[in-house]
Design a protein around this ligand. Structure first.
Ligand code: IPM
Ligand code: MN
Length: 381
């Protein structure tokens, strides 16, 4: 029989558009460093998605990419989106490829951790004493709501007398239950607080959401639940982010609130995400393809590198190595390394590549120290 450590982990890399390839290269740098330890072997393959796939194959999610993704153990994605396709309808845009791969892989719980790095306290427009100690895990439902709900249409002909367009925010009981359960499990392992975010004062879909969350809550007596309307939550995130532990919410609300959380972290560029619960987990930084800065070597790779850490934790069973990557990022930020998005007046900005190298060097040191510690403790792992 083969033990877990001998089992190869196949990672499909979808670098995508804009800054996707640049930041993904740095994520791969840390994964290769972990792979080089030899505890588990990794196999990396890459495929096309988004605008890059439209250029090469005329579709944002080629069949080959879908098949390779489903055959892998984890998918690492950079970013998707390209202004050249702005005039196209949603179904033909690069983003359609992202939504299609999310649907194909089936992961419905998108975990988006956001916290205030002490080293970046001055980067937030919020006062240091407001963000200090903030540590939030957003659980964003990823396969329902307005992104996928039917019917959806742009009625250009104006059949009802005037041009109109509509999308549908739709959730079934089962869709709410399964993501709520994951959020409660995660809250139970953290500070035991869950805030479910909805708009139940206006929307039926939110009333069902709230009812189902309350039902699931009964299975987790150790977790305190509260409900907030999304508008109030958006404000509380800015004036008292410490009040939140796990924030559970539907697809679009989660999209919006997690960008807002970039303000707490100091830059959207440092936020990672992992999508779990489906056939194959999907890992992607929260930031987008940032076409305005693509190809210049100035993008912040930290979000992508922390995304690699989430891959190590959730798909490779390498929690210790994930912690080491996260510690390496903290060390490097504390040492003053700043990409352009983080550099303040008078601070020198380093390149994407240089940030990647520094985090990776710190990681190598931490992994070595860990090995030495285990050797001294007499364990071989
Ligand atoms: C995100 C992005 C995507 C989303 C876009 C690119 C479709 O903004 O992952 O947050 O809205 O989900
Ligand atoms: Mn977004």
């Amino acid at each position: 029989m083969t033990g877990a450590r001998d089992m190869e982990i196949a990672v499909l890399v979808l670098a995508g558009d804009g800054i996707g390839p640049e930041v993904t290269e740095q994520a791969l740098r840390v994964l290769r460093t972990v792979a080089a330890q030899g505890k588990r072997s990794f196999r990396f393959e890459s495929a096309l998605i988004g605008g890059a796939a439209i250029d090469a194959e005329g579709t944002p999610l080629p069949e080959g990419t879908r098949r390779a993704a489903l055959a892998s153990d984890a998918v690492l994605l950079g970013a998707v989106g390209d202004n050249r396709f702005n005039a196209l309808p949603p179904s033909q845009r690069p983003e359609a490829g992202l939504l299609a791969i999310r649907a194909a892989l089936g992961g419905f719980a998108n975990l988006r951790p956001a916290f205030a790095y002490p080293a970046l306290a001055a980067n937030s427009p919020l006062r240091a004493e407001v963000i200090e100690g903030a540590d939030i895990l957003f659980v964003r439902e990823l396969l329902g709501g307005l992104y996928f709900g039917q019917p959806r249409q742009w009625d250009r002909a104006g059949s009802a007398g005037e041009e109109a367009a509509w999308n549908t925010m739709r959730y079934t009981r089962g869709e709410i239950e399964r993501v709520a359960r994951i959020a409660f499990e995660l809250a139970a392992g953290r500070r035991g607080k869950l805030c479910s975010v909805d708009k139940a004062n206006v929307l039926e879909v939110s009333q069902l959401w709230r009812a189902v969350v309350n039902e699931v809550a009964r299975e987790y007596p150790g977790v305190t639940v509260e409900h907030e309307y999304v508008d109030a939550c958006a404000m509380h995130l800015m004036n008292n982010p410490r009040r939140f532990d796990v924030v559970l919410t539907e697809n679009l609300f989660g999209d919006i609130l997690s960008d807002e959380a970039g303000v707490i972290a100091g830059s959207l560029g440092v936020l990672p995400s992992a999508t779990i619960g489906g056939k194959v987990n999907l890992y992607e930084p929260v930031h987008g393809s940032a076409p305005d800065i693509a190809g210049q070597g100035i993008a912040n790779p930290i979000g992508a590198m922390l995304t690699a850490a989430m891959l190590l934790r959730h798909s490779a069973g390498m929690g210790e190595e994930a912690l080491a990557v996260e510690q390496a990022v903290r060390t490097v930020l504390e040492g003053g390394a700043r990409t352009r998005d983080l550099a303040r007046a008078g601070e020198e900005a380093i390149t994407t590549d240089e940030m990647g190298v520094r985090v990776n060097d710190a990681l190598i040191g931490l992994l070595r120290a860990g090995m030495e510690e285990r050797r001294l403790a007499g364990t071989t792992r």
